[in-house]
Design a protein around this ligand. Sequence first.
Ligand code: SF4
Ligand code: SF4
Length: 402
Amino acid sequence: MIDRRGFLRSGTVGLAALGVAPQLLPAEEQKAAPPPEPPRAPAPARRTLGRTGITLPVVSMGVMNADNPSLVRAALDGGIVHFDTAHGYQRGRNEEMLGEVFKTVKRDSFTVATKVVPPGADRSTGLFGPETKAEPFVEMFHLSLKRLQTDHVDILLLHNATRREGVLFEPILKAMQRLKKEGKARFIGVSTHGNEPEVIRAAVESKVLDVVLTAYNFRQAHHAEVLTACREASRAGLGIVAMKTQAGGRFSKDNPKPVNMKAALKWALQDPCVTTAIPGFTTFDQLAEDLVVLKDLQLTDAERLDLAGATKSAGLYCQQCETCVPQCPRGLPIPDLMRGYMYAAGYRNLLHAKDLVESLSLAEAPCSSCTGCSVHCVQGFEVRPRIEELLSLRRVQDAFLA
Ligand code: SF4
Ligand code: SF4
C-alpha cells in the first residue's frame, strides 16, 4: 500500500513509470556525457467529449467512494483532470472534500461533473409526478456549487434516469437549460445505470442534453444495445462517459480478490465512442493501476482471459434488467436492492448502501412473509439472503459505517 508521498516518489507519475527516466550517473560522467535524448513517453490518450469540445484523458476519477483529498491531489498530479461526484454522495461530504482540493488549484486545471436527483422521483417507475418541481432541484444544485467552492460546474447531470419520460420531464429539463444559460453549468446531461438504451435515446431526443454518463462494462448482458445507443448518441454529438466499468469491483462479498480492474477499464475504453471512464479508485495503488491504463489501452491476451473468467461467476453486478420485479409478490425494488448490495459488498461503501436502502421506504422485514423466494435472477443471484443482509445495515448507526 502506498500513500501520496510514496505514490509521487514511486515514479508512477511521469517518466520513471515508463522506464524512460535518465539513468543517474557519477558527477564527472554527467559532465562529459552528451545531453540525453528527450524521452519519448506515450502521451496520455485524450478524447473529445462530443459537441462540448472538452478534451479529456480517457481515465477520470469517479469520486463516489473516496474520502481522501490527498488521493484527489495525487490524481491531479498523475494527469487526471475530470472528477465525477453527486449531490447525495456521502451526504454532501464528497462534494465538500472535492471543494477543499479545488480551492487550491486553478479552476481551468480540472473539470467537474455533479448530479442531482430531483425530489419526488418515483424510484419504482423512474417517473416524476406533479410534486416534482424545479425549485428544489435548483436549490440542491446551488448547494452543490457552494460545497464544491466553485461558481460553475462543467457538467450537471440529471441523476439516475431510467425512463424516457423522466429524461424529458419538462420542469427539470428547462431548469437545467436555465442553469446552463446562466453559466452555472457549462453543459448538461443525464446519468443512467438501468434501462440505459432508452435513456440514452431520450437524451438524443431532448436535443438540449450534451452528455450521457452510462453504465458500460464487460458483464452487461444487454451490452450490444447499450453500445448501439451510445453510437447513435455519439453521432448526434453527445459526449459519452462510462461508469461501472469494473462491474461490481469484486467477485463476491467473501472473495477479497477484485475483478481485474485494469483489464475491465481497458475493455470499456476500446470503444472510441467512450470519451472517458470514471473508475472509483479509493487507494493510491488503484490510482497507480488506472494511470497505467491512461498510457496503454492495449488489452493483453491474459487480461481478456481474466475478463472471460470473471463472467463465469454471478459476481455482484446487477443488470438492472427488472426481470425479477414481477416475480416478487411483494413487488420489492430488487434492482435497487441489488445495486445497494453491490455498493456494500463490492465497493465497501456501507453508508451509501444504507442511504439507498432508506430511500426505498421498505417494511421492517419485507421477505418474512414468504416461505421460499419465487425470484429467479437472470444473473443467478440468490436475492433473498442478499436483501436480508443489506437491510441489516438499517440497524447499524451511521457512525460505524462512515
Ligand atoms: S436481480 Fe437479477 S433479474 Fe433482477 S434486475 Fe438484477 S440481474 Fe436482473
Ligand atoms: S423472499 Fe423473494 S419473493 Fe419474497 S419478498 Fe423477498 S424477494 Fe420477494
